[in-house]
Design a protein around this ligand. Structure first.
Ligand code: 6R9
Length: 635
């Protein structure tokens, strides 16, 4: 069907209009033609945002692994499904074919069943970026167990909170992980976490670093001997369209993490369709997303989206700086990667290293570059475009969230003309709205406000695990009859969207609304600046004034700092206006970040307010140690 692969802008508009005018017909056609069903649906969509209740493909029966694996066996059995690139560049890459994936997923599924896991049970997966992580996910889906992947870098407290919140019966874990030159002991973290998780009956251990770990009798078992004994056949459990597929935790603005629940059919249809079109994936392309599978980006665009299309998806265990900062480019060259999807934070870190490391490699296989996770600043966009895309591969700046399940606003490469820092146009079937403080939709172009979505799309999260009230309050109570994203956005004169940052990051200075992202963009243009973050702090006259945390490429001091301070404010004045000038600038060695690379402004705000008594839980940060340094420097 031509609808499945968009080829030019006119066609985008045509398909987009159809998806908006007749959403049910549109998604029904996609679902009919591109997936295998045990039974077709009775109703395509029913929804009520006031409850909120959303159902797609009600009455349909399917198993997502039959769509991601079994159906490819006839035509793509020997094709590489997962291309595993280990942390150590001297360890050979592993090509897992669809045939082999089928066998390994079935073996794992049989082991889970032997350990009493049934449809609807929750299984926590705490495994680093190795094939067993994807295989565990798919094995759960095979038997209808609900997987809850916890990023294998989270602390024991973060792990136990998540295990208990969803009452996981089983944990699949690894003895440890490799990250660059370091090995990380994961079993120790698991043991500590499980001291406060009485509901966990069994722990299955993947051997990765061959460390000498303690096994708790009656609870812990090595996985490999069990897999070796298990049958390579395991019938797929037949699931209802709206049966939960997985829970994935995302941090809320306050309090405990939210267990977002994604269901089966809608998630499958939309992630597969968006993967194909947003990356313009063609048969035999090699696709690589550098995210960790512990985040939604990895769930949707390393595992489910690519496999549902019979794609080859790269799974990389390591980090961009090991053995040196050329590793990403080395891997692209080695495996002839065609689509490369990463985060602005990685792009900035790599750009800081200059372009010599890039030039050593042949990147001519690249056709599409992707960005996700935070607004991409202009400087990073250009560096990515010039040095990696060589001005010929379009950058797709993809905006979406754990809650949306899949990409919502993005250019379609070779179809939508790109514009730096703009996520551009809504994806097929997505109906964004810009809403003002009073909750009224701002129609027409050249408007700015809060980003909402006014119509359901198939991959939206259906609830927060056992907290439907919080789901309603967080997403459906700010604006009547719309899903509220928590982000701000503007729509320019041609209808392109630019995400301006979290709405809670908007700072009102002397009655003017200022977005943190454009100010940070301006600061980052300064040649000496590596990264920056802006927060508000109380000011006698302005109400709130701006406080900037700035890291420099080379630590300067004294007079250099004074000069850079002046120049930063000059740049801001030029780009935005004097109103956005910073009242305080603190030079610092690092910025506190979440494991997925987002700057934790909440903590920076507290320090700027000189209120460091209660910084909340900082244990899940990527770099908790920098917090004390920033406090010390500030005082
Ligand atoms: C996929 C993912 C969601 C939040 C989102 C927004 C920010 C993500 C972005 C972006 C600007 C982009 N965000 N992509 N902001 N441009 N292309 O990252 O999910 O971890 O849940 O984060 O990330 O603020 O609301 P998640």
């Amino acid at each position: 069907m031509s609808n499945y692969h968009i080829k030019h802008l006119e066609e985008y508009y045509q398909i987009y209009r159809k998806s908006i005018r007749e959403p049910e017909n549109f998604w029904e056609e996609v679902a009919e033609e591109h997936f295998v069903w045990r039974k077709k649906w009775d109703k395509v969509l029913s929804w009520d945002f006031s409850k909120p209740e959303i159902k797609w493909f009600e009455g349909a029966k399917l198993n997502i692994t039959e769509n991601c694996i079994d159906r490819h066996l006839v035509t793509r059995g020997n094709k590489t499904a997962i291309l595993f690139e280990p942390n150590n560049p001297d360890e050979p890459a592993e090509h897992i074919s669809y045939n082999e994936l089928h066998e390994r997923v079935n073996q794992m599924a049989n082991v889970l069943k032997d350990h009493g896991i049934k449809k609807g049970d929750r299984v926590c997966i705490y495994v680093p970026m190795i094939p067993e992580l994807a295989i565990s996910i798919l094995a759960c889906a095979r038997i209808g167990a609900i997987h809850s992947v916890v990023f294998a870098g989270f602390s024991s407290t973060a792990l136990s909170t998540r295990i208990n919140d969803s009452d996981c019966k089983m944990v699949i874990a690894a003895d440890g992980s490799y990250r660059g030159a370091k090995t990380i002991d994961l079993k120790g973290i698991v043991d500590e976490a499980l001291e406060s998780c009485p509901g966990v009956e069994s722990v299955l251990m993947v051997k990765r670093i061959n460390s000498d770990i303690k096994m708790k009798k009656g609870r812990d078992k090595w996985l490999q001997p069990l897999l070796d004994e298990a049958s390579t056949q395991c019938p797929a459990e037949i699931m209802d369209a709206e049966d939960p597929l997985f829970i994935l935790y995302t941090s809320g603005s306050t309090g405990k993490p939210k267990g977002m629940v994604h269901t089966t059919a809608g998630y499958m249809v939309y992630t597969a369709y968006s993967f194909k079109n947003a990356f313009q994936y063609r048969e035999n392309d090699v696709y690589w997303c550098t995210a960790d599978i512990g985040w939604i980006t990895g769930h949707s665009y390393i595992v489910y989206g690519p496999l549902a299309n019979g794609a080859t998806t790269v799974l990389f265990e390591g980090i961009p700086s090991y053995p040196d900062f050329g590793r990403f480019w080395d891997i692209i060259d080695k495996h002839k990667v065609n689509q490369f999807y990463t985060a602005p934070t990685a792009i900035r870190a790599l750009a800081k290293q200059g372009s010599e490391l890039v030039e050593k490699f042949d990147l001519s296989s690249i056709k599409v570059l992707g960005s996700v996770g935070e607004p991409i600043n202009e400087e990073a966009w250009h560096w990515y475009n010039d040095n990696i895309g060589k001005n010929k591969s379009p950058i797709i700046d993809t905006w979406w969230q754990t809650e949306t399940g899949a990409i919502m606003i993005t250019p379609i490469p070779y179809v939508t003309p790109t514009k730096p820092t703009y996520a551009t146009l809504p994806f097929i079937g997505v109906q964004p709205a810009i809403v003002n403080e009073a909750g009224e939709e701002l129609k027409g172009n050249q408007v700015e406000g809060r980003l909402c979505i006014k119509f359901p799309w198939p991959s939206m999260a259906r609830t927060i695990w056992r907290d439907h009230k919080r789901y309603k309050e967080t997403y459906f109570s700010t604006v009547k009859n719309m899903y509220f994203t928590g982000d701000g956005a503007l729509r320019d004169e041609v209808g392109y969207y630019r995400i301006t940052g979290r709405v809670d990051d908007v700072i009102i200075v002397s009655g003017h609304n200022l977005g943190t992202a454009p100010i940070e963009d301006a600061i980052n243009e300064h040649p000496a600046v590596a990264e920056s973050a802006i927060v508000g702090f109380p000011h006698e006259i302005k109400g709130t004034a701006l406080y900037g945390y700035v890291t420099l490429k080379d630590a300067g001091e004294g007079r250099i700092h004074d000069n850079v301070r002046k120049e930063i404010n000059q740049l801001i004045t030029e780009r935005i206006g004097p109103i956005a000038k910073l009242d305080k600038i603190q030079f610092t060695q690092g910025l506190p970040k979440t494991r997925s690379g987002k700057i934790m402004r909440r903590i920076l705000r507290k320090i700027a307010e000189r209120d460091t008594s209660n910084l909340g839980d900082i244990s899940t940060l990527l770099n908790p140690e920098c917090v004390q340094d920033i406090i010390d420097e500030a005082l």
